[in-house]
Design a protein around this ligand. Structure first.
Ligand SMILES: O=P(O)(O)OC[C@H]1O[C@H](O)[C@H](O)[C@@H](O)[C@@H]1O
Length: 346
C-alpha cells in the first residue's frame, strides 16, 4: 500500500470519516470539505455518492446519521473529556465527552495531511469546566496513516480527562476477526457496566457475543486480523504512543441490531480498537502566570498488511516527531480576541 490512498475528514469533531485505497487513483490525497462551507449534510451527500467498498480500511455505517450533536457511526470519532465510566466520576453528561460535538477549524492543510483545532471554554461549565485547546493532525504517509491528538490548557488549576481515538475498522465479518496483543492484560468489562475487572486469557480475542472492554496498560502494538478480507485476508497493525490503554468493542447481534445508526448486518462489518487513556484520568499541571499549562499529545499509526494471519514482527512505523504546537497565549480568555477563528458549533 503506497499509492492511491484517500481519506476524508469532517471538521465536525475533527472526525476522520474514511480511509481507503482507491486502486484507480494515481496519488494519495486527503479530502477535506471547506469548514466554512461544509455542513454535516454535505458530508452525507459525499457518502451517498461514494458508497463504502471493500477497499475501505475504516468502517462507516450505511445507516450513519450526519446531524449536529450526534457523533457519526464510523471512522475515528475522538472521545475526549471522557471515554467510559470506569475512571473518576463523570465530568460530563456526554457519554464520550464533548469534543465530538464541536466544530473544529483547519489550521494547516496539504495534499496528504490536515491539522484541525478546536476550543473549550470554562464558561461552558455544564459540559466540562476547563478552558483548553484541542488539536488533531491526520497524515497519509507512504505505508501508514498517522493521527496525533493534543490538548493544551489555560487553567490555573490542574485539569483531568480521559481520551481515545475510537477507531472503527472495516472487516469482512466479525466472525473472521481475531485481535492479537492483549493476553495477560487487565480489562474493565463494559458488558458488566464497567464494574468488574478481569484478566484477558486469550492469545487472540474472538467475538462470540458483545465485547466491550477497556484494557489497561496495553502494549504499543496491537493487531486486528481479518482472515476473510478480500485478497486472502488483511491485518490492521495499530501502533500507539502516549496512550497507555486500549478500548475494544463490537456490540454483538442483539445490541448491534438495536443501535439505530448501525443495525443488522452492519454490526458484523466493524470492530473498534481505540488507543486511549482510560483509567486513571490524565491530570495536567496548572498553568503559570506567564505560560499556558502543559500540552499533552498522543498518537496512533495504522499500517495495513495483506493476509489476516500472523506476520511476526514487522518494522515499526514510528510517528513522525512533530513539534508540539505551542499553546496560543490567552492572558484573558474572556476578553481577548481568539488567536484563531472558531466557527460556532453546528
Ligand atoms: O453507541 P455509542 O455511544 O457511540 O458508543 C459505542 C461504544 O463505544 C465504546 O466502545 C464503549 O465502550 C461502548 O460501551 C459503546 O457502546
Amino acid at each position: 500500500m503506497s499509492q492511491g490512498q484517500t481519506a476524508e475528514v469532517s471538521s465536525y469533531g475533527a472526525q476522520l470519516l474514511t480511509w481507503r485505497n482507491e486502486a484507480h487513483q494515481a496519488r494519495k490525497s486527503l479530502i477535506l470539505p471547506d469548514p466554512h462551507k461544509q455542513s454535516v449534510a454535505q458530508v452525507a451527500n459525499w457518502r451517498n455518492a461514494f458508497p463504502a467498498s471493500e477497499l475501505d480500511y475504516l468502517f462507516l455505517s450505511k445507516n450513519a446519521v450526519f446531524q449536529p450533536r450526534r457523533p457519526t457511526r464510523g471512522g475515528v470519532p475522538i472521545s475526549f473529556s471522557q471515554v467510559i465510566h470506569a475512571g473518576t466520576p463523570d465530568l460530563s453528561s456526554l457519554k464520550h465527552g464533548f469534543a465530538q460535538h464541536r466544530q473544529s477549524s483547519v489550521v494547516e492543510k496539504s495534499d496528504s495531511s490536515v491539522t484541525l483545532e478546536w476550543w473549550q471554554e470554562s464558561a461552558e461549565k455544564w459540559v466540562y469546566p476547563f478552558d483548553l485547546r484541542m488539536s488533531s493532525h491526520i497524515e497519509l504517509r507512504d505505508d501508514h496513516l498517522e493521527q496525533h491528538f493534543s490538548v493544551a490548557h489555560f487553567e490555573f488549576r490542574p485539569i483531568q480527562f480521559t481520551a481515545a481515538l475510537h477507531t472503527y475498522f472495516a472487516v469482512s465479518d466479525i466472525s473472521n476477526v481475531k485481535v492479537e496483543g492483549l493476553q495477560g492484560l487487565t480489562y474493565h468489562d463494559g458488558t458488566d457496566k464497567w464494574w468488574s475487572k478481569k484478566r484477558e486469557e486469550a492469545v487472540e480475542v474472538v467475538f462470540a457475543g458483545e465485547v466491550d472492554r477497556a484494557y489497561i496498560k496495553a502494549p504499543d502494538v496491537i493487531k486486528v486480523h481479518d482472515s476473510g478480507a478480500p485478497g486472502g485476508g488483511r491485518t490492521y497493525e495499530v501502533h500507539k504512543q502516549g496512550f497507555p490503554d486500549a478500548v475494544l468493542w463490537n456490540p454483538g447481534a442483539e445490541r448491534g441490531a438495536s443501535i439505530s445508526d448501525l443495525g443488522d448486518p452492519e454490526w458484523r462489518r466493524m470492530v473498534c480498537l481505540g488507543p486511549g487513556v482510560v483509567v486513571p484520568d490524565v491530570s495536567l499541571e496548572p498553568r503559570s502566570k506567564l505560560n499556558s499549562g502543559p500540552t499533552w499529545t498522543a498518537s496512533q499509526c495504522i499500517r495495513i498488511h495483506r493476509g489476516g494471519g500472523h506476520h511476526g514482527d514487522s518494522p515499526r512505523p514510528r510517528p513522525s516527531s512533530r513539534p508540539i504546537p505551542p499553546a496560543s497565549p490567552r492572558p484573558s480568555p474572556r476578553s481577548s480576541p481568539r488567536p484563531s477563528p472558531r466557527p460556532s458549533p453546528i
